[in-house]
Design a protein around this ligand. Structure first.
Ligand SMILES: [Mn+2]
Length: 293
């Protein structure tokens, strides 16, 4: 999916992640892996960004995004229903609306959101109109997203949502986040407490009284020195080891993890596919790979 922002190239991300050997690596960690292929997503060049929709002009490609996310939610729900673990590849972060909706359908779900950004804008606050910067707000039913067709609420309680790695917020989302029950661990928190401690705390938030957590990994969680091939890079992110430490914490609690997605890999901005390769490594850590095993 590359509808969540102005055309950038993140729709090639899943292909780059596959090319980097995801399936092989997942099987090496000890899991069977079935690639269910790509969802059909409209091409931005063939689509009017402000076609008729409820929030016309304030959120680009909203109708198309909702359609894709509705189908994705069905895939995720079906995967869970088959007793498997859904791992969704992006694509821009707007896909989280579908992943979370599917994972929350039959469960009380918490969310751990690893990201440089808040993704907490709404059509009323967005400076850009890009839905990938609204995906968490849409998931929680904030503001104009508080309608039945958008929100997964009440199944995802904001009190069970934790964000990690935040370092770039728009003014409107800073206010909205402060007014919400979402727990935000910024890069400053990681400086102060260290990543393992922050990741543990985030997991505690997401699993407190829930049936499990969804892990949403935006590759811009990492510093662009490590992950240059992302849609919206921001300096001052996590290091290579910190990112692995975060995913190793996920791996330690994998029995409480219901679903995962890795998003915003942009092969056009990447260097020799290193960001996609890093995405594969981080997924392997999250699924249980350890240095000595
Ligand atoms: Mn994001």
């Amino acid at each position: 999916m590359d509808l969540g922002a102005d055309r950038r190239g993140v729709d090639m991300g899943p292909s780059a992640i596959r090319y980097a050997g995801l399936e092989r690596e997942v099987e090496r960690v000890g899991h069977d892996c079935l690639d269910a292929g790509d969802l059909a997503v409209p091409q931005p060049e063939a689509t009017d960004p402000v076609a008729s929709d409820r929030f016309e002009g304030e959120a680009k490609y909203l109708a198309e995004t909702r359609d894709v996310c509705t189908r994705l939610a069905g895939e995720v729900e079906g995967t869970l229903g088959a007793g498997a673990f859904p791992l969704v590849l992006g694509g821009d972060h707007s896909i989280a609306i579908g992943t979370v909706r599917g994972a929350a359908r039959d469960a009380d779900l918490g969310v751990v959101w690893f990201d440089a950004h808040g993704d907490f804008n709404t059509p009323a606050t967005t400076p850009s109109g890009n839905v990938h910067g609204m995906s968490l707000a849409a998931t929680l039913g904030v503001g104009e997203f508080g309608t039945e067709e958008w929100a997964v609420a009440p199944r995802v309680d904001p009190a069970n949502v934790a964000m990690v790695g935040i370092r770039s917020l728009d003014d409107g989302e800073r206010v909205a986040l402060r007014d919400s029950e979402v727990t935000v661990f910024t890069m400053s928190d990681i400086d102060d407490r260290g990543l393992p401690d922050v990741a543990e705390a985030a997991f505690d938030v997401a699993t407190d009284g829930t049936d499990g957590a969804h892990v949403s990994l935006d590759m811009d969680f990492l510093d662009p020195d490590e992950a240059p091939g992302v849609g919206t890079p921001v300096r001052g992110g996590t290091t290579y080891r910190e990112a692995h430490a975060a995913m190793e914490r996920v791996g330690e609690r994998i029995d409480r993890v219901r679903s995962m997605e890795v998003v915003e890999v942009n092969p056009i901005l990447d260097q020799h596919n290193r960001t996609a390769e890093l995405a594969v490594e981080l997924v392997a850590s999250a699924l249980g790979k350890r240095i000595l095993s």
